[in-house]
Design a protein around this ligand. Sequence first.
Ligand code: COA
Length: 149
Amino acid sequence: MSDLRFEPVESDEVLLDWQHAHNLIIPTDPLSVEEIRVRAQRNRLAVAYAEDTLVGNYTVRPPADDPTTATVIARVLPEHRRHGHGEQIYQYAVGVAAELGATAVETVVLESNVDGLRFALRHGFTEIDRYVLDGHTTAFVDLRRESLR
Ligand SMILES: CC(C)(COP(=O)(O)OP(=O)(O)OC[C@H]1O[C@@H](n2cnc3c(N)ncnc32)[C@H](O)[C@@H]1OP(=O)(O)O)[C@@H](O)C(=O)NCCC(=O)NCCS
């Protein structure tokens, strides 16, 4: 049974844990501490712990140009996958998106991340875009779901 504790990125300790999870899971797009501080001002960033063990993190980007849509990305460290943690982090983050007024969600998955693509498709997302950023070799896949749950 997955029972996680969520800590928002407000202290340096939590920020460094968020960075560790992000940069390990998305090695093609590592973020510096300063970049994360900037993102934490406009996005909801949090870390998930099982007791005191770092399990994963999430990013929720609030609705912006499209007032209906938030972006939700759940991440779980490889050694903690397939225990239901991804489900719990995702559901919690969708709750945050709902509080921000979103009625639809989008997510972004690295093309090479088979687990992430499978998770998104199983949760009712549909691919809407696939692109390679300048200087990258692995494509990002954007997916969308028209309802929150
Ligand atoms: C996508 C991701 C968050 C899933 O994390 P996770 O912790 O493995 O997710 P869950 O454990 O909830 O579900 C994964 C699978 O394990 C299964 N599972 C859950 N609990 C289980 C248990 N106790 N025993 C065996 N299997 C279990 C689930 O049924 C699911 O199976 P499926 O792949 O056949 O559908 C993780 O792979 C990840 O971080 N990927 C990179 C980031 C990413 O791409 N995120 C985008 C998604 S929003």
